[in-house]
Design a protein around this ligand. Structure first.
Ligand code: MIG
Length: 639
């Protein structure tokens, strides 16, 4: 890969697959470890350079079992606030309050959905964490309030380095209360980072972690609900690029060197951040984004892949990276869309965004002095395509949120390599330029310039083109036609996908009418499929005490009829809607009537009338029924 390919995470997990049998090896040691799969023929060597370790053998036999067991051990993602899985916009840096407000207004004026704007290091007063620059950001509370009225949240960056400055209260307190890392002899460790000479909190001591956590009241009092942790490897501008290895961490009375604990630093910083935010936010879910992390980081933070480049190769590389992170427990991950360093182009940004809206974490971010990368930076044609795809993420929000909920329960990833679902198919063993969203939607991004076709491998089964409804038999490659406005997406026949209305942000007051798309429905044979839709308020912890709903939609073929029914096994959260829509996409039979419902025109249905209609162009059957707590059942009679 050009320029750079290392990740900032340290997850010492090896998953091995032999034949179709998988197992895992997790080396729990936060010092330096080496996994060598190259030098000794069939043998792998695993070693670490410091301290004691725990070695876990994780049984399969399925790859899924390994991921579930590994995450049972190290933890699973927490259900994020819904706004955290919307579209996020970032730049190093949005320089002042005016620019940030203008950015928010532009998103709304252009009707491009957005939930979050990030503040990179220039928002601070000379890079002092827990401050705002008084000239560039004279009224952060006012700015944040105004953005919030537009439905946009602010997520500021927080680095671990605290500026050495006798007049800076955070530094004073850190020194007075002895929170910073020291050498064995007692000298403080200072490193050069953005603020200049800086001290580093010793997060290995609970007392210091709590101190840091409490500092976040500074942000929450301004209305901030999310924090972006950067430089927390920790990165230091020196030869070793990190903290001196002989720094002594207090580690709650069992001191160990930085060499022994290095990989924990980022995790412990984000843990403290998460816990502080959670406490301050008073029963609302915080969002933490981190660059560095160790096994288990998924419990506290989403992870982005750090400083990539605006290169096609880096777009392609994001797929195996994020897929591997998913198998390593990090279900909430994504790259800087469009690429961070160097100049992006209209085409690269479009293709990258098309892919990125189906990644778990979805943020456009770019570096200082690169061309602007906001969705409107490349003219109207590009803007229209970007609007369409960002909007698509919002229309898929019910599906996405459902997958996040499942990931929080099972530990399985939101997007996965095909091998997770088709371990017996040798064609997918090394396939990393296409991926699955959940277990039944196949995304095949175009990641080369000037390309309007790509090869797509479809595993066994029938797959329907998401855009045209056209069916393809799997177990083979097809050539997808993919001009610039088209991302190839296929849905497996027999699946149900939940879509919602287009929203400008996750908490948009628009109604929450859900449309269940049933792909490839049949009225004969043993066709049967079900969908469980999880919903809650998207922001609070109410779901932990039952304030959520679960809608179960079941469909089956029954001798010339297609029977569908829904029920609420649990309904202690009420979505803002009165109707449900069910669309049979490309049913394999011709619907003659729907028992108990009247036939309407598609236009009448658009206006919300209850009944059924067939869209003559696509052949889709559209059903609209009342959403009632007691559920309901209907039969579609085949002609
Ligand atoms: O030395 O805060 O990965 O996303 O924009 C660079 C400035 C520090 C690295 C992060 C990047 C961020 C940048 N930071």
């Amino acid at each position: 890969m050009p320029e750079i390919e290392a990740l900032y995470e340290s997850i010492p997990l090896l998953i091995h697959m032999h034949g179709c049998v998988s197992c895992g090896l997790f080396l729990d040691n936060p010092g330096r470890s080496d996994f060598d799969m190259r030098s000794h023929g069939v043998a792998f060597t695993v070693s670490c350079t410091t301290g004691s370790y725990d070695l876990y053998f994780i049984n399969g036999p399925e790859l899924k079992d390994v991921v579930k067991r590994y995450t049972a051990l190290t933890g699973r993602i927490k259900l994020p606030p819904k706004w955290a899985i919307g579209y996020h916009q970032s730049r190093y840096s949005y320089m002042n309050q005016q620019e940030v407000l203008e950015l928010g207004r532009t998103f709304r004026a252009k009707q491009i959905p957005c939930d979050v704007i990030y503040l990179d290091i220039h928002y601070m007063d000379e890079y002092r964490v827990f401050t705002f620059d008084p000239v560039r950001f004279p009224d952060p509370a006012g700015m944040i309030r105004e953005l919030r009225e537009m439905g946009i949240r602010i997520v500021p960056i927080v680095d671990p380095g605290v500026k050495k400055d006798a007049k800076y209260p955070v530094y004073q307190e850190g020194i007075r209360e002895d929170h910073f890392c020291r050498k064995l002899e007692g000298d403080l460790f200072f490193g050069e980072v953005w603020p200049g000479t800086s001290a580093f909190p010793d997060f290995t001591d609970d007392r210091t972690a709590k101190w840091w956590a409490d500092q976040h009241a500074f942000y929450t009092e301004l209305g901030i609900e999310g924090i972006w942790n950067d430089m927390n490897e920790p990165a230091v501008f020196n030869e070793s690029k990190t903290m001196d290895l002989d720094v002594m961490h207090r580690n709650n009375g069992k001191p160990l060197t930085h060499e022994e604990l290095h990989n924990l630093y980022g995790l412990l910083m984000s843990k403290s951040t998460f816990e502080g935010m959670k406490e301050q936010l008073d029963r609302r879910r915080p969002f933490v984004l981190t660059r560095a992390g160790y096994a288990g980081i998924q419990r506290y933070a989403a992870v982005w892949t750090g400083d990539n480049r605006s290169f096609w190769e880096h777009m392609a590389m994001a797929m195996p990276m994020v897929l591997n992170m998913g198998l390593s427990g990090l279900a909430f991950a994504g790259p800087d869309i469009g690429g961070f360093a160097h100049h992006t182009s209209a085409e690269l940004l479009i293709r990258w965004t098309q892919m990125g809206v189906f990644f778990p974490y979805c943020r456009n971010h770019s570096a200082l002095e690169t061309v602007r990368q906001e969705p409107w930076s490349f003219g109207e044609e590009a803007e229209a395509i970007l609007r369409e795809y960002i909007g698509l993420r919002y229309r898929w929000m019910p599906q996405m949120y459902n997958l996040f909920h499942e990931a929080s329960v099972t530990g399985l990833p939101v997007i996965s390599p095909l091998i997770l679902e088709y371990p017996h198919d040798p064609n997918v063993t090394n396939l990393c330029d296409q991926f699955l969203l959940g277990d039944n939607v196949l995304i095949a991004p175009v990641y080369r310039p000037d390309t309007d076709h790509r090869a797509v491998y479809l595993p066994e089964g029938t797959w329907l083109d998401y855009w045209t409804g056209e069916g393809h038999e799997g177990g083979r490659y097809i050539l997808a036609h993919s001009p610039l406005s088209v991302l190839p997406v296929y849905v497996k026949a027999g699946s149900i996908i939940a879509e919602g209305p287009l929203k400008q942000h996750a908490e948009d007051e628009a109604d929450d009418t859900v449309t269940f798309h049933v792909y490839g429905a049949e009225a004969d044979g043993d066709f049967q499929t079900a969908y469980r839709l999880y919903e809650d308020d998207g922001v609070s912890y109410g779901y932990e005490v039952g304030a959520y709903s679960e809608l179960l939609l079941e469909t089956r073929a029954e001798q010339g009829k297609f029977v569908l029914s829904y029920a609420y096994p649990h309904r202690q959260y009420e979505a803002r809607r009165s109707r449900l829509r069910i669309v049979l996409r490309r049913p394999k039979f011709r619907p003659a009537e729907v028992e108990g419902l009247g036939q309407l025109t598609p236009e009448q249905m658009e206006q919300g009338a209850l009944g059924w209609a067939v869209d003559d162009r696509s052949g889709d059957l559209i059903i609209q029924v009342e959403d009632r707590p007691e559920g309901g059942q209907w039969a579609v009679i085949s002609a």
